[in-house]
Design a protein around this ligand. Structure first.
Ligand code: C2E
Ligand code: MG
Ligand code: MG
Length: 710
């Protein structure tokens, strides 16, 4: 700053340092300084030149070193402006002032140019960061245009009246002035159009200045100077204003487009929410959960960690919907979801899988311990009832857990295995959590395979009937057989009916299978009767699904006719819980069946619940006491023995026959005999046998054990 201070001392303050700092002369532009080129002037030139060059070197290295493209551009611009200033100011203040001598100092005015540029580059940079969608403009254009404009202004000022000669061209002064003014107009409009706001402001400033100067000139010349110049400047100003108005309008449209863009973004967000969030509970949806889980699995794979997937299904939630309505059901779900999300917090992700099913993911685990803690926490949360309008709703849940990597490596497998474990929890009596195990997985896979194979069992001739003889207690002779179904599966061997009958019921396959059983048993009993040479009965088990089939009676009737089976030799067995259902249609079906002439037995009696009135009104012939009560005879459980006694007594009083199932010991036989039980069935005499076994039996000396139909 020393040279600057020195310059101020030499030129601004009368300090005696510089004897003649200024040589002022009065011209038509006012007082103008004439350079003397004394020692101080030379010092000033050196200072001014070297500092400017130094500044430019600094600027250049700043731009070169920076990695930021914006800074590079900034440095480049300022450098260029200062270079322009250096050239322009040297020309106006040194060359022109020393030669011509009647120009005021222009450098301080030109100095405004780099100041404006620096200010604007800073602002532009901020704007770029805040709003990248702004008009950008180029300073090169502005600088060159301003230089041209100012240059033309100087020419105009310097123009002498008369003919102007440029090379071969001879022009009148007024024509040349006109061309110059038109060029200025062109530059102004070009700037305003091309360089938006800065271009507009600069054009306005330049033209206003020129208009004012022209006006002053016009007044000074006593209104004798030509008017076209003034009119041109006024016109340019008007055109500039119009351009400005037009620009404002465009900006408005752009703003509108931008706001529409925002709206679009907002709807996009909403759509995302719809796809990834459940609208009822506000929880993430299945899609979001799967994506999140996928990320956790990838992380767990890298870090050798575990990930827990918990499947929650509320027990008997349908009951709440059915009794209190779906609105209350929804509110209960919302309340429980809120509570769960509070409990789970940052430890995991809760999502709604659908209906009353929820999923939790616990990522980044080293042990299973946090999963146990989480399950306890969830169970604890569910202990408190949901309260809706002063009504309390208790909701328990069955929970299944699968852990990565043991129970699967993809979101799909993990969720599927957690679901399987959840079903296991339901099967074990609900309101509990079950971890997925190999055993559970194998069983599910087996069930799945069996279920698929069951469709082909009939076509592939894999079904077989076994026959278990029924014995008269009094004579100990065979009075008939119960047909018991077996499935010889190619993969799993002999499958018991307890396993595949529920599957057949689920898939509806029980209807064709049931008819096959009926036809096969009817044909078989006639062969048995031939071998035994006496009338024997055949018992056939019928399931609820078959009973509900309105065409079943017609089918049975057709089979009896087709196989020429006397209906009184056929007995259908229906379990107690099914037979006594409160469905008038079932009662109807039983009556129609009875109408065909076949007898009806109530299977597994004592395990369901039947009222006396039903026993009286239902068209039944026989009661089969369930194996559980028969077992109780040997274990001396007095209450169970009392029940058997009562059942037999009740049956006798209602005129029904009684059969005891699963008799395995002499003791049981003895007890039943004492109580007056009519028939027995059990391993004590025979296990269920294939046709060949029955043939042997009937052919052998045991023929003595046969008796006529009761
Ligand atoms: P259920 O009708 O009560 O059949 C009696 C079951 O007890 C048979 O089992 C039989 O093998 C078994 N059993 C007989 N005596 C004894 C004994 O002394 N001790 C023991 N522990 N068990 C004995 P199975 O053959 O496995 O049949 C199970 C159930 O499957 C049957 O129970 C019946 O409800 C159903 N079922 C069998 N075949 C058919 C069918 O063709 N259609 C329908 N819908 N269900 C069938
Ligand atoms: Mg049975
Ligand atoms: Mg039974």
């Amino acid at each position: 700053y020393t040279p600057a201070l020195l310059t101020i001392l030499a030129f601004s303050i009368p300090s005696g340092l510089n004897a003649e700092p200024y040589q002022l002369r009065h011209t038509e532009f006012g007082w103008v300084n004439i350079a003397e080129h004394n020692i101080w002037d030379i010092i000033f030139y050196i200072y001014y030149g070297s500092y400017t060059i130094l500044g430019m070197v600094l600027l250049a290295s700043w731009g070169k070193k920076s990695q930021d493209a914006v800074i590079k551009e900034q440095a480049h611009l300022i450098l260029l402006t200062i270079l322009t200033l250096l050239v322009a100011a040297t020309y106006t203040d040194i060359i022109l002032s020393s030669k011509v001598g009647n120009l005021p100092q222009m450098a301080p005015v030109l100095m405004l140019l780099p100041v404006t540029i620096i200010y604007n580059t800073i602002r532009k940079r901020q704007e770029k960061q805040e709003n990248p969608l702004q008009f950008s403009f180029s300073y090169i254009h502005i600088i060159i245009s301003v230089m041209f404009y100012v240059f033309i202004s100087f020419i105009q000022i310097r123009l002498e009246p008369g003919i102007i000669t440029i090379g071969q061209l001879h022009l009148a002064e007024s024509t040349f002035r006109g061309i110059l003014t038109q060029s200025q107009m062109f530059i102004s409009i070009y700037l305003a159009l091309r360089e938006s706001k800065p271009g507009y402001i600069i054009s306005m400033l330049m033209n206003t200045t020129n208009l004012l100067i022209s006006l002053v000139f016009w007044i000074m010349m006593d209104f004798n100077a030509p008017l076209p110049g003034i009119i041109s400047y006024v016109n340019v100003l008007i055109i500039l204003l119009i351009i400005r108005a037009f620009r404002k309008q465009s900006a408005m449209y752009i703003e509108k487009i931008q706001s529409q863009r925002q709206d679009l973004k907002e709807s996009e967000r909403q759509l995302y929410k719809l796809a990834y969030y459940d609208s009822l509970t506000g929880l993430p949806s299945r899609g979001y959960f799967i994506e999140k889980l996928q990320q956790s699995l990838e992380r767990a794979d890298r870090q050798r960690r575990r990930v827990g997937v918990i499947f929650i299904d509320f027990d008997s939630f349908k009951a709440i919907n059915d009794t209190a309505g779906h609105m209350v059901g929804d509110l209960v779900l919302q309340q429980i979801a809120q509570r769960l999300i509070k409990r789970i917090g940052e430890k995991g992700t809760l999502a709604r899988f659908g209906g009353d099913e929820f999923l939790v993911e616990i990522p980044d685990l080293e042990t299973d311990e946090p999963i146990h803690a989480m399950i306890n926490s969830i169970m604890e949360t569910l202990k408190k009832p949901a309260v809706i309008d002063a009504g309390e709703y208790h909701v328990s849940a069955s929970i299944g857990i699968a852990v990565y990597p043991n129970d699967g490596e993809t979101p799909d497998t993990l969720i599927k295995n957690a679901d399987i474990a959840m079903y296991e929890a339901k099967g074990r009596g609900k309101n509990q959590a079950v971890f997925c195990t190999d055993d559970i997985k194998d069983r599910t896979t087996m069930n799945h395979t069996l279920m698929n194979n069951l469709y082909w069992a009939l076509d592939r001739d894999e079904l077989q009937l076994l026959y278990q003889p029924k014995i008269s207690v009094e004579t100990t002779k065979i009075i008939g057989f119960e047909a018991l179904l077996r499935w010889n599966n190619s993969e799993y061997g002999v499958v018991n009916p307890e396993v595949f009958i529920p599957m057949a019921e689920q898939t509806g396959m029980i209807r064709p299978i049931g008819l096959w059983v009926m036809r096969t048993a009817c044909l078989q009993i006639q062969q048995f009767q031939e071998w035994a040479d006496c009338e024997l009965s055949i018992s056939i088990n019928i399931s609820l699904i078959q009973l509900r089939d309105p065409s079943m009676i017609e089918h049975i009737s057709a089979i009896l006719e087709e196989t020429h089976t006397p209906p009184h030799c056929v007995e259908v067995e229906i379990t107690e819980s099914i037979a006594f259902q409160d469905e008038p249609f079932i009662m109807d079906q039983l009556r129609r069946m009875k109408g065909l002439g076949i007898s009806i037995a109530i299977d597994d009696f004592g395990t369901g619940y039947s009222s006396f009135s039903r026993l009286r009104t239902f068209p039944i012939d026989l009661i089969k006491i369930d194996i559980e009560f028969v077992r109780a005879i040997s274990s001396n459980l007095h209450k169970d023995q009392a029940i058997i006694r009562s059942i037999i007594l009740l049956a006798k009083n209602l005129g029904l026959k009684v059969l005891a199932e699963g008799v395995e010991t002499e003791e049981q036989l003895q007890f039943l005999k004492e109580q007056g039980c009519d028939f027995i069935q059990g391993f004590l005499f025979y296990t269920p046998l294939p046709v060949s076994g029955i043939k042997q039996l009937l052919d052998s000396s045991q023929k003595t054990r046969l008796s006529a139909l009761p």
